[in-house]
Design a protein around this ligand. Structure first.
Ligand code: ATP
Ligand code: MG
Ligand code: FE
Length: 353
């Protein structure tokens, strides 16, 4: 069974083809045959964030060329596609409509069934495409640009929310701090790079909700603290004449340290509370090196195995959408249908899927 996946929830257009080996009931791992991706980051950079209308228009331009690229990469024709999957939500309504409309039109033309996928389920299951896929059950730390959640995952479609951010997401905390530091958009990776030149203990930044048994997060206070600290730095005398380069690197390192410490502590607490010995990290912030290093060290000490998606599959892509659809079909949790009228769900709770 070959599943084509289309992702267009935000500022990446992604198309991918995943194959599910048949016969071996429920056991065989899905395989990524090919995928193609276009990021709109350069386009939105000038505005300091994603402009929804520009995003939708660009998805329209990209989706067919990316489809061609994917099929060429797999060495297959359109008739090789058995099911068409698309991101149904959550995300930007206009952007979601492009991928969803394209998927339904394609499926209708090919007379194939179509299946809408939850974007976060894609992130959550993306480590199943890695060389070291996890096994159920596990605790999942979902850290993306718009979400920060801890979940107990007992199988495909069996997701229980353990805790989540009450304000900003971890990726948002990275991005907003980076923006204040003048590092562009989305600044998470740039902030992580700058942090390598700084001292993580240089500035004491808040770690809200760190203590106690709650598995919720809060990152809104951090950006205020970064803002205050940055104002102090800029008000100081620039003795080295380099625009306070070292202090800025120190602040970047301290910011990253605050975010990572909270994410690690809460993940360990979730593992302790559930008694599970397996952690899956997914979403864009899962690409952060410091987070990976600290989680690896802490989990090794506790006999916990940590699984990550391949680095290039941490941020949005079509592969995770094709994969989530394939795994849903494989586990009997969903049915693809020849029904081509569609809607999207800009706001959609994963636990309700
Ligand atoms: P959502 O999935 O919640 O709708 P999204 O799709 O925008 O949000 P992702 O594509 O999963 O989010 O991840 C993007 C986020 O990951 C951005 O906030 C980005 O700054 C952050 N990010 C990517 N790489 C790194 C890194 N190395 N360190 C820190 N943050 C990173
Ligand atoms: Mg993105
Ligand atoms: Fe995402």
């Amino acid at each position: 069974l070959r599943v084509l996946g289309i992702e267009s929830s935000c500022d990446e257009t992604g198309v991918a083809l995943v194959e599910l080996p048949e016969g071996v009931a429920g056991a065989a791992a899905p395989r990524l045959l090919a995928h193609a991706l276009h990021s709109q980051i350069d386009m939105h950079q000038a505005y300091g964030g994603v402009v929804p209308e520009l995003a939708s228009r660009d998805h329209i331009r990209r989706v067919v060329p990316l489809l061609r690229e994917t099929l060429a990469g797999a060495g297959l024709g359109l008739e090789a596609v058995d099911v068409v999957a698309h991101t149904r939500g959550p995300g930007l309504a206009g952007a979601l409509l492009v991928g969803t409309g394209a998927a339904c039109a394609l499926a209708m033309a090919l007379d194939r069934p179509v299946l809408g996928v939850h974007h976060l389920e894609g992130h959550l299951l993306s480590p199943f495409l890695s060389v070291d896929p996890p096994e159920f059950p596990f605790v999942a730390l979902l850290v993306s640009g718009g979400h920060t959640q801890l979940m107990r995952v007992d199988g495909v479609g069996r997701y229980a929310l353990l805790g989540e951010t009450i304000d900003d997401a971890a990726g948002e905390a990275f991005d907003k701090s980076a923006k204040m530091l003048g590092l562009g958009y989305p600044g998470g990776p740039a902030l992580a790079r700058l942090a390598e030149q700084g001292h993580p203990q240089a500035y004491r930044l808040p770690r809200p909700l760190l203590r106690g048994d709650l598995l919720d997060f809060s990152f809104a206070g951090l950006k205020t603290a970064v803002w205050t600290q940055l104002a102090k730095i800029d008000a100081g005398e620039d003795t080295a004449g380099d625009g306070h380069a070292q202090e800025r690197a120190d602040l970047a390192a301290s910011t990253q340290a605050a975010i990572v410490e909270v994410l690690v502590a809460k993940s360990l607490l979730a593992l302790k509370q559930t008694g599970l010995k397996r952690l899956v990290v997914a979403g864009g912030v899962g690409a952060n090196r410091q987070l990976r290093a600290d989680l690896d060290a802490q989990c090794r000490r506790r006999g916990v195995r940590v699984h990550y998606p391949e680095l290039h599959l941490c941020t949005d892509n079509g592969a995770m959408i094709a994969l989530a659809a394939a795994m849903r079909l494989q586990s009997g949790q969903a049915e693809a249908r020849r029904q081509y009228d569609f809607d999207v769900r800009p706001r959609w709770d994963l636990a309700s899927v």
